[in-house]
Design a protein around this ligand. Structure first.
Ligand code: NAD
Ligand code: WQD
Length: 339
């Protein structure tokens, strides 16, 4: 029985991946400092799976705490979700982001090496493509960063590449997620942002449920089919499945591969708002606001590498994404908190 350590396992993508792993028969250890998550998420994962998660409260920058976990369990591979992800916040707290994301990853890799665990799936992001010159974006596209969050992901990618160069017996999948949305179809686990959501889908859902009056659409004068920004939204359940495929791939291949996890289809902000209203039969009032600094017109994946290497492709539709986001929001208007 394989033990998989999930750093950040209580978070949005981590909790959905924990559920998929448990259902596939893996032993799941979550190591999370709960800086952006709640223990309730993992309790619900256990109920849904009918199996236990080994939940450990700890910080990936705490080498001694990680050592204890690696000594205690025969870990086969690590899926490394732990990180801070708010772009705006990262511009105000760059040292905090570099410390948490970059220094945390270095510490994790050091402990992994000491315990001869050299299989790693890393949560990277389409943000490493910066303002890509062409879409769809292939893994070979030039990389750049426009903010400390993106820079931290880019730095980690370089660190992992250097690590494999120096020690070729590592097996590393760098998964570049596009825009994760949706929730498990039970409506029991989902995305629970702190305060004002930064991302589009949780904002739409909070408007629909009446927590916020109106969605501000950031710009309608982009060079896209309706003027609003286009992104590659991917259902979090599809994303979770991609991690299982990556783990299977790692068990047979050494070296490092960066792989896009996206659908290959771009939808605009207005496409998302309209689908959400229509499928869920709920109003989403919106207004047109100025462009948001740092936003790009269009970003979607060339997803072929994931299919060729991992035999993975996104299966859920846009209707699934908006339906499942709404079910989670409606059943949990305050996320995991009871207030
Ligand atoms: P999330 O905030 O819900 O999950 C991250 C988890 O990591 C949280 O549970 C948090 O408490 C934990 N954590 C943070 N710092 C930690 C530390 N130092 N030690 C231990 N635990 C720590 O975010 P998510 O959406 O699930 O994202 C998971 C990963 O995927 C992140 O690395 C993120 O940068 C990356 N990613 C997310 C998106 C997205 O839009 N959601 C897109 C691309 C990449
Ligand atoms: C999507 C579209 C907005 C909110 C960010 C990070 C990226 C990655 C995913 C982690 C854009 C528009 C949004 C709103 C709007 N995260 N929008 N009104 O910007 O593609 O990517 O999340 O790695 O690094 O930068 O996602 O959900 O913020 O925005 O009009 O209130 O929705 O302008 O066109 P983005 P998003």
């Amino acid at each position: 029985m394989a033990y998989i350590l999930l750093t950040g396992g209580a978070g949005y993508i981590g909790s959905h991946t924990a559920l998929a792993l448990l259902r596939a028969g893996y032993k799941v250890i979550s190591f999370d400092n709960y800086s952006n998550s709640s223990t309730t998420a993992l309790q619900r994962v256990e109920q849904l799976a009918g199996a236990k998660v080994i939940s450990i409260s700890g910080d990936i920058r705490d080498e001694a705490a990680l050592q204890t976990v690696f000594r205690q369990y025969p870990i086969n591979a690590v899926v490394h979700f732990a990180g801070l992800k708010a772009v705006g916040e990262s511009t105000k707290m760059p040292l905090h982001y570099y410390d948490n994301n970059v220094a945390g990853t270095v510490t994790l890799c050091r402990v992994m090496r000491e315990h001869k665990v050299k299989k790693l799936v890393f949560s990277s992001s389409a943000t490493v493509y910066g303002d890509a010159k062409t879409v769809p974006i292939a893994e070979t596209a030039a990389r750049s960063a426009t903010n400390p969050y993106g820079q931290s992901k880019l730095m980690i990618e370089h660190i992992l590449e250097d690590l494999v160069q120096a020690e070729p017996d590592w097996s590393i999948s760098v998964l570049r997620y596009f825009n994760p949305v949706g929730a498990d179809s039970s409506g029991q686990i989902g995305e629970d942002p702190n305060g004002m959501p930064n991302n589009l889908m949780p904002f739409i859902a909070q408007v629909a449920v009446g927590k916020r009056a109106s969605l501000s659409i950031f710009g309608n004068d982009y060079a896209t089919h309706d003027g609003t920004g286009v992104r590659d939204y991917i259902h979090v359940v599809d994303l979770a499945a991609g991690h299982l495929k990556a783990l299977q791939y790692l068990s047979k291949h050494q070296g490092i591969e960066a792989i896009n996890l996206g659908t290959g289809t771009g939808y605009s902000v207005l496409d998302m708002v309209k689908a959400f209203s229509k499928v869920n039969n709920v109003a989403v009032p919106y207004n047109i606001a100025p462009r948001r600094a740092g936003d790009i017109a269009s970003c979607y994946a060339q997803p072929d590498k994931a299919f060729n290497l991992l035999r993975w492709q996104a299966e859920k539709t846009l209707d699934d994404m908006v339906r499942d986001s709404w079910r989670w929001q409606r059943q949990n208007p305050n996320g995991y908190s009871n207030s």
